[in-house]
Ligand binder design. Structure first.
Ligand code: PDD
Length: 286
């Protein structure tokens, strides 16, 4: 089945989709994106992703080309056209094609480029890695200072992912001034007793949509939540650790820089959080 993608108002076979070589997304990484999971053909936490998209665009002084209702209709149409049961919808909005290369933003603005596509991942929520957990290594956080904006400039996280692959582990945790910021494409947490510790929101990390939901559910389940930075040593000495993202949901982390976390196996708190998250999100999927 040929994948159908969305480009600037049209649903077309992927081989027919075109974006200009002068697009600022291509030349300057001048664009933002969102990744929304699909489970059972329905969108997970769509409202959260739509709200963050709006915020990312406004932080970069770009107009939002669609209302949330229009974005929802586009997502649903793409899921339907590609018969996605489990997987993701990727969406990207760039500052468009000014017709030439220039560091300054086009003035007046040109129409943004809007691209969307699906990735089918049958059994996404039954990922066997959730039973064994991820092993991570650490690396200095050399990204820019506005990580709260979900931009498409992902080269450093890609380099970190390659370092993880070279070390035969699953991911990297970024470290800045002696404390963990986040993972290459996920938020990071440790568990100590009944307490979940994760870095507070700021410009230093992406404001994860999964993070917000998981912290809400944790509080509802009478777990204590402490939002502050933690060190690698604290992670290594914790009972459990985990990451969250729209595509991995809640994923245990069982090893940090070669040292086992807790028993070195996924623990009960993270397993419970994953279960609550998936249950609640399936219920509210649209
Ligand atoms: N990544 N931190 C970073 C740097 C991320 O790239 C992501 C998401 C997250 C988690 O955010 P959320 O819970 O809203 O997915 C945290 C997406 C999944 C990606 O790039 O594929």
């Amino acid at each position: 089945m040929t994948r159908i993608v969305y480009v600037n108002g049209a649903f077309v076979p992927e081989a027919e989709a075109m974006v200009s070589v002068f697009d600022r997304g291509f030349l300057m990484a001048d664009g933002v994106y969102e990744v929304t999971s699909v489970l059972g053909g329905k969108l997970i936490d769509f409202a959260g992703h739509a709200a963050r998209l709006s915020r990312s665009l406004s932080e970069l002084e770009m107009a939002n080309p669609h209302t949330d209702a229009e974005w929802l209709a586009l997502h649903r149409e793409l899921v339907a056209q590609n018969a996605v049961v489990d997987g993701m919808v990727y969406l990207q909005v760039t500052r468009g094609n000014p017709g030439d290369r220039d560091f300054a933003y086009p003035n007046p603005p040109v129409p943004p480029t809007v691209v969307m596509f699906t990735q089918s991942k049958p059994g996404l929520a039954e990922n066997p890695a959730a039973k064994t957990g991820w092993r991570v290594i650490s690396t200095p956080d050399l990204r820019w200072g506005r990580r709260d904006i979900k931009t498409v400039q992902l080269l450093y996280p890609s380099m970190a992912k390659m370092a993880a692959k070279a070390a035969h582990v699953d991911d990297c945790w970024f470290v800045e001034e002696g404390v963990v910021t986040e993972g290459t494409s996920n938020n990071a947490y440790v568990v100590k007793g009944n307490k979940i510790i994760t870095r507070q929101l700021s410009h230093d990390i992406l404001h994860g949509i999964t993070r917000a939901a998981v912290l809400r559910f944790a509080a509802e389940a009478q777990m204590e939540v402490e939002e502050r930075p933690f060190t690698l040593a604290e992670a290594q000495g914790a009972d459990e650790a985990f990451i969250t993202s729209a595509s991995a949901f809640v994923m245990p982390v069982v090893e940090v820089d070669g040292k086992a976390v807790g028993t070195g196996k996924p623990g009960a708190v993270v397993a419970r959080l994953r279960e609550i998250y998936l249950d609640e999100m399936r219920k509210s999927a649209i």
